[in-house]
Write a protein that binds this ligand. Structure first.
Ligand SMILES: *[C@@H]1O[C@H](CO)[C@@H](O)[C@H](O)[C@H]1NC(C)=O
Ligand SMILES: *[C@@H]1O[C@H](CO)[C@@H](O)[C@H](O)[C@H]1NC(C)=O
Ligand SMILES: *[C@@H]1O[C@H](CO)[C@@H](O)[C@H](O)[C@H]1NC(C)=O
Ligand SMILES: *[C@@H]1O[C@H](CO)[C@@H](O)[C@H](O)[C@H]1NC(C)=O
Ligand SMILES: *[C@@H]1O[C@H](CO)[C@@H](O)[C@H](O)[C@H]1NC(C)=O
Ligand SMILES: *[C@@H]1O[C@H](CO)[C@@H](O)[C@H](O)[C@H]1NC(C)=O
Ligand SMILES: *[C@@H]1O[C@H](CO)[C@@H](O)[C@H](O)[C@H]1NC(C)=O
Ligand SMILES: *[C@@H]1O[C@H](CO)[C@@H](O)[C@H](O)[C@H]1NC(C)=O
Length: 294
């Protein structure tokens, strides 16, 4: 698990991998409309509250340049636990953890100013502990482009999905340990950007110091992440790999100049990620506790 410090990123990616899913055709946006009509509003308001808190906490972490009090997966889990507890009260045993994550991902993006999309629901949760939301395969920030492509491809996602979903780095923070290699060893980085990061992230020590993934607007879902890449101001090695003289450069340029296009494609890629088919034919279960099998 990479050491990003982005609650939203964790939720976004976890939504794809957390659970096994029913066959595509059985998913529907109206899945809970009679069994749990409160599901969507409950998730929405919990995410709004969490984001308000997270933005405040993130701002103070950056200002005080203190270490992370709590790791990102713990923070993400607390939000999911809270939502699950509310849903179990409203409609016991009905809403799956996988669906909670899929709705939470969409609502987080919307809340932060990004696009919206219809989330198809009716997923069931995995009955094997290894495929829990904790076990997400976010590629490490040291990956080069071909390794990133393989890692997405292993999940049934395309190169375009890779470039598009990486746009979620428009929000959140990363630890010194995730960008140290890029600022000290890579040549494809703006020198003044690198030297300002070196000011708080030394060659050794200060591992938990944070920097925003999008140096301009880390709490807004916009296309500035891509503009940063054009200026060699990607924070992670893996970010700058997307604009480093290869075939993905063109798409980065298009997203950097066309927010409408980025938003449209982001919605499409999120839907695709949310519809990844199960590896096994298991029917799964509705978990009572999102952290473990019933
Ligand atoms: C706000 O965030 C802090 C730090 O992650 C956490 O300890 C606290 O429980 C959160 N509060 C709410 C109301 O979510
Ligand atoms: C981060 O939180 C997860 C989930 O609570 C926990 O399993 C893990 O041990 C924590 N990692 C660290 C380094 O604290
Ligand atoms: C994560 O899940 C994969 C299978 O999807 C499994 O091979 C691996 O052992 C799991 N890792 C952990 C730490 O649970
Ligand atoms: C990318 O990384 C992989 C694994 O570390 C390595 O085998 C490969 O040569 C690298 N490719 C490029 C183009 O640097
Ligand atoms: C930078 O590259 C050197 C030589 O390859 C390596 O030993 C070192 O660990 C790298 N530093 C970081 C911070 O990744
Ligand atoms: C990508 O960036 C790395 C690190 O600076 C550099 O070594 C490599 O030559 C670049 N690749 C291309 C295709 O420009
Ligand atoms: C460690 O980070 C603090 C800010 O959190 C900074 O003032 C200090 O200079 C950093 N130490 C080094 C050796 O870079
Ligand atoms: C931006 O993308 C949208 C959606 O694909 C497209 O309709 C529009 O023509 C594009 N705008 C420009 C200036 O290319």
């Amino acid at each position: 698990m990479a050491s990003y410090h982005s609650l939203f990123l964790v939720i976004l990616i976890a939504a794809a991998i957390a659970s096994s899913y029913q066959a595509n055709g059985q998913l529907s946006p109206d899945h809970y409309s009679s069994t749990c009509p409160q599901a969507l509003p409950i998730v929405k308001s919990a995410i709004a509250a969490a984001i308000k808190n997270e933005t405040r906490v993130g701002a103070s972490l950056l200002r005080e340049k203190t270490a992370v009090p709590n790791n990102n997966s713990a923070r993400g889990f607390n939000v999911v636990d809270d939502i699950k507890a509310q849903l179990e009260k409203a409609c016991p045993g009905v809403v799956s953890c996988a669906d909670i994550l899929a709705i939470a991902a969409r609502d987080s993006v919307v809340q932060l100013g990004g696009p919206s999309w219809k989330v198809r629901l009716g997923r069931r949760d995995s009955t094997t502990a290894s495929r829990s939301a904790a076990n997400t395969s976010i590629p490490p920030p040291t990956f080069n482009l071909s390794a990133l492509i393989s890692s997405f491809s292993a999940q049934g996602l395309s190169i375009k999905d890779l470039v598009t979903l990486s746009g979620s780095h428009t929000i959140g923070l990363a630890r010194c340990t995730s960008f140290r290699g890029h600022i000290y060893n890579d040549s494809n980085i703006d020198p003044s950007f690198a030297s300002s990061l070196k000011g708080t992230c030394p060659r050794s020590g200060n591992d938990s110091v944070l920097a925003p993934l999008d140096l301009q607007t880390p709490t807004c879902f916009d296309n500035l992440y891509y503009k940063n890449l054009l200026n060699k101001k990607g924070l992670l090695h893996s970010d700058q790999e997307l604009f480093n003289g290869s075939s993905t450069d063109r798409l980065v340029e298009r997203y950097a100049t066309n927010t409408t296009l980025f938003f449209k494609e982001f919605s499409k890629s999120m839907i695709r990620m949310g519809n990844i088919k199960p590896l096994t034919g298991s029917a799964g279960e509705i978990r009572i506790n999102c952290r473990k099998v019933n």
